[in-house]
Design a protein around this ligand. Structure first.
Ligand code: MN3
Length: 202
């Protein structure tokens, strides 16, 4: 049985950038629904027993065909949101001297160029999906995925993700996705991103 992870901060901790009501509905309703539907999808298949969602989504071709789409969508929803909650926190700031900070500056020249490239990718994601910073063979990349697809399924390790489904921002920002993205930079948990980077390149 997969379970909804508890948030490590209160619903209002990311105010005013991400509002409390959006956090509550997003975590308690949307993420819970992915977990519930994932559990239904895998209930009658013993090959999933004891496997983590990362293990399952690393090789989606191994998932039984009749439940593959349900597992990719709802398992991805579970995995992506679990990471999303962790890479946000109040009062964290980018550290150019951290390992991931140095790598970002080396790859994208400066922090503003990095932010701009990531933001453009997130704004340009047509329809529902995610923007990502991933590690691929020790290289940093910015990418996007549709729906709940995860970079793990194409062999890349996520460091950071941004949910650009409308449910992530519509209550506060309505159709203004760019404003949501601009505000979101204030709540990136750079300590956690550093941990993710060190684990990815070790
Ligand atoms: Mn979402």
């Amino acid at each position: 049985m997969f379970e909804l992870p508890k948030l490590k901060y209160s619903f209002d901790a990311l105010e005013p950038f991400i509002d409390s009501l959006t956090m509550e509905i997003h975590h308690d309703k949307h993420h819970q629904a992915y977990v519930d539907k994932l559990n239904v999808a895998v209930a009658n298949d013993p090959s999933f027993a004891g496997k983590t969602i990362e293990e399952i989504l690393t090789d989606t071709s191994a998932i039984r065909k009749d439940i593959r789409t349900a597992v990719i969508n709802n398992g991805g929803g579970h995995l992506n949101h679990s990471l999303f909650w962790e890479i946000m926190a109040p009062n964290s700031s980018f550290d150019p001297e951290s390992a991931v900070g140095k790598k970002i500056l080396e790859t994208f020249t400066d922090f503003d160029s990095f932010k701009e490239k990531f933001s453009d990718t997130a704004i340009g994601r047509f329809g529902s999906g995610w923007a990502w910073v991933v590690v691929d063979h020790d290289k940093l990349e910015i990418m996007d995925t549709q729906n709940q697809d995860t970079p793990i399924s194409v062999g890349k390790t996520p460091l950071l993700c941004l949910d650009v489904w409308e449910h992530a921002y519509y209550l506060k920002y309505q159709n203004k996705r760019a404003d949501y993205i601009k505000a979101w930079w204030n709540v990136v948990n750079w300590k956690k991103v550093e941990d993710n980077f060190k684990a990815a390149v070790k």
